[in-house]
Design a binder for this molecule. Structure first.
Ligand SMILES: [Zn+2]
Length: 400
């Protein structure tokens, strides 16, 4: 009888019960306070276990992560994405997944008039999880009517946000030129009606304290924080006290690197004075991905080289942005979460980084995304970590 049980049990034990085992990586998962060598197990599209020394025999596929940091899929909360080659926007999959970004939040490409078109063409067709800040302008950035206050309808915007909870995660106001608070106030009104945060890209130099101390609400997000149009430092390069007061009342400060909004001459003194960003983001678009190289992994590398720890950088690219957009279900390796994972290499050497102008900074570390898993599937694998050496691969066909 004992022999029979042993025989019956054998094939069961040998059955793979996990789809992917990411073995022996240095897991940094700030949402769960993890910062140690561990294994991460995926079954289907879910994280099912994170622990030490899990049995490889139970996995269909083992990825050796001994040389890498294993983090939740990164979240970039300021992007401009499109699958149709719009004037400014870039393809989310091509520009996010190779950076380890599994969630890209489009910052105001569409408004209430054209969000559903944007959803059909971009959100529904991308492997990247694309979410959106709805532009307070009805036609978003496509309509060339960003200065027209009559295009800003808080009720219509709030109704569209309520129709897509968790997909439209906030409201955006940007590039408003006339004096006055119409754009900000209407965006805040829509945000209040729909109970979502507002991302603000509006930098009235002399009135900036009023913006962050009075007009914006706790939880609203000021983007382009290290830009030269944001009066964050005084003449002696000291942080302005009102910025600290704004942070204290709960306003969030986001990077939004872009082609014009990240300057080493501002970011370095701010970081040295301990003013870290609440969230790291790229303002990814056709210009920013070129000379300043404002993709996510390079932007994170810049902050690593100007004084932030790797743990701080990862936290501000995962659970902090998730909380800012009130999606704490992502940016985490919690058991039961959707399996979005990045394997990140930390290269040492001499690396040049560009800011949004003519500034260059030489650093000694570079982050590089080696592999990205989105929704349980390997979607980026720079080094073939999930593949078999050709000498042992047998007959095989193409990826699709
Ligand atoms: Zn932008």
């Amino acid at each position: 009888m004992r022999l029979l049980i042993a025989i019956l049990a054998l094939p069961l034990c040998a059955q793979p019960i996990y789809d992917i085992l990411i073995r022996n990586g240095h897991v940094i998962d700030p949402a769960n306070g993890r910062d140690a060598r561990m294994d991460v197990v995926i079954t289907g599209n879910k994280i099912v276990r994170v622990a030490e020394n899990l049995p490889a025999a139970h996995a269909r596929e083992v990825i050796d992560a001994g040389q890498f940091y294993v983090t939740p899929g990164l979240i970039d909360i300021h992007t401009h994405v499109d699958a149709q080659g719009a004037q400014l926007n870039v393809n989310p999959d091509h520009n996010c997944l190779p950076s380890g970004v599994t969630t890209a939040v489009d910052a105001g490409s569409s408004g209430h008039k054209n969000f559903e078109h944007f959803k059909r063409l971009v959100i529904d067709r991308s492997q990247t999880r694309v979410l959106a800040f709805l532009n307070i302008v009805g036609a978003g950035m496509y309509g060339a009517v960003e200065q027209d206050v009559f295009e800003m309808d808080p009720d219509a915007a709030a109704a569209m946000i309520r129709k897509y909870p968790g997909i439209i995660v906030g409201i955006k106001t940007a590039h408003f030129k006339p004096p006055g608070w119409d754009a900000v106030d209407r965006a805040v009104k829509a945000g209040t009606l729909a109970n979502v945060p507002v991302m603000v890209d509006f930098h009235p130099m002399e009135k900036y304290p009023e913006l962050v101390l009075e007009r914006m609400r706790p939880g609203d997000i000021d983007t382009h924080f290290y830009g030269r149009l944001t009066p964050q430092l005084d003449a002696n390069k000291k942080m302005q006290p009102y910025i600290l007061a704004a942070r204290k009342r709960g306003v969030l400060f986001d990077v939004g690197h872009g082609s014009g909004s990240f300057w080493f001459r501002i970011a370095v003194p701010a970081i040295q004075q301990g003013f870290l960003p609440d969230t790291i983001s790229t303002d990814l678009h056709k210009s920013s991905i070129m000379l300043p190289r404002a993709n996510m992994i390079t932007t994170m590398s810049k902050f690593l080289n100007i004084g932030m720890t790797l743990q701080q950088v990862i936290e501000r690219s995962t659970i902090r942005p998730a909380k800012a957009i009130r999606r704490s279900d992502i940016g985490t390796l919690s058991e039961g979460a959707i399996a979005d994972v990045a394997l990140i290499a930390l290269d040492r050497g001499k690396f040049a980084y560009l800011d949004s102008g003519h500034g260059k900074l030489i650093g000694d570390r570079r982050l590089r995304c080696a592999l990205t898993i989105r929704n349980g599937k390997v979607v980026w694998d720079e080094q073939g970590l999930s593949l078999t050496d050709v000498s042992r691969a047998g007959p095989y066909s193409n990826f699709k």
